[in-house]
Design a protein. Structure first.
Lengths: 113, 113
């Protein structure tokens, strides 16, 4: 039973446009959410996070939005660049789970020049 | 530039052989994780340690997998005997005070024939 779902395995976007990656979760106890980025032949790297007390967190071109009532979060990349092409993992954690994050299966983003 | 290192980077072996993967966490990080990435399951947590003590290995097939931390600078994951279904990329990650912000190694790509 997947508690963190990334329903789009892949996304293709034109350079300069907005990329929107989506993530849904089922466990209402999750209170901290993260996005990781992974290039081929490398390990995932932390990108951005958000606590459940907020609904938005911004870091440069990356913004994460959290909709707790819908149990949904999204990562916006504006403007998208070819170097953003990677696999993006959504993760969620809860105090009850010792804050160990549960990862989604990832979405492969391709940004075309 | 502190980073998690993993050896070997690639391993090809025959079914039934023992496989040992090694990880050196970032100095000062007290939590170490082992993950497995497959196309079907995404990033699965196999086991994790805090202060070298195993806290959860429920994600591991107990009959063939074992994880240890003989000292603070070395974590090992062993598979004996290996099977073709174990073919995957195995990641080690470490974390300091903020356990959700994990630093991943480059992974060991395992192929069991």
């Amino acid at each position: 039973d997947q508690q963190v779902k990334q329903n789009s395995p892949s996304l293709s976007v034109q350079e300069g446009r907005i990329s929107i990656l989506n993530c849904d979760y089922t466990n209402s106890m999750f209170d901290y959410f993260l996005w990781y980025k992974k290039y081929p032949a490398e390990g995932p790297t932390f990108l951005i996070s958000i606590s459940s007390i907020k609904d938005k967190n911004e870091d440069g071109r990356f913004t994460v939005f959290l909709n707790k009532s819908a149990k949904h979060l999204s990562l916006h990349i504006v403007p998208s660049q070819p170097g953003d092409s990677a696999v993006y993992f959504c993760a969620a954690s809860a105090w009850g789970g010792s804050y160990i994050p549960t990862f989604g299966r990832g979405t492969s983003l391709i940004v075309h020049p | 530039d502190a980073r998690v290192t993993q050896t070997p980077r690639h391993k090809v072996t025959e079914m039934g052989q023992e496989v040992t993967m090694r990880c050196q966490p970032i100095l000062g990080h007290n939590t170490v994780f082992w993950y497995r990435q497959t196309m079907m399951q995404g990033l699965e947590l196999l086991a994790y340690f805090r202060n070298r003590a195993p806290l959860d290995d429920s994600g591991m097939p107990k009959d063939r997998f074992s994880a240890e931390m003989p000292d603070a600078t070395l974590a090992t994951l062993k598979i004996q005997p290996s099977e073709p279904r174990d073919s995957a990329v195995y990641f080690c990650a470490s974390a300091g005070r903020v356990i959700q912000t994990q630093y991943f190694g480059p992974g060991t790509r395992l192929l069991v024939l």
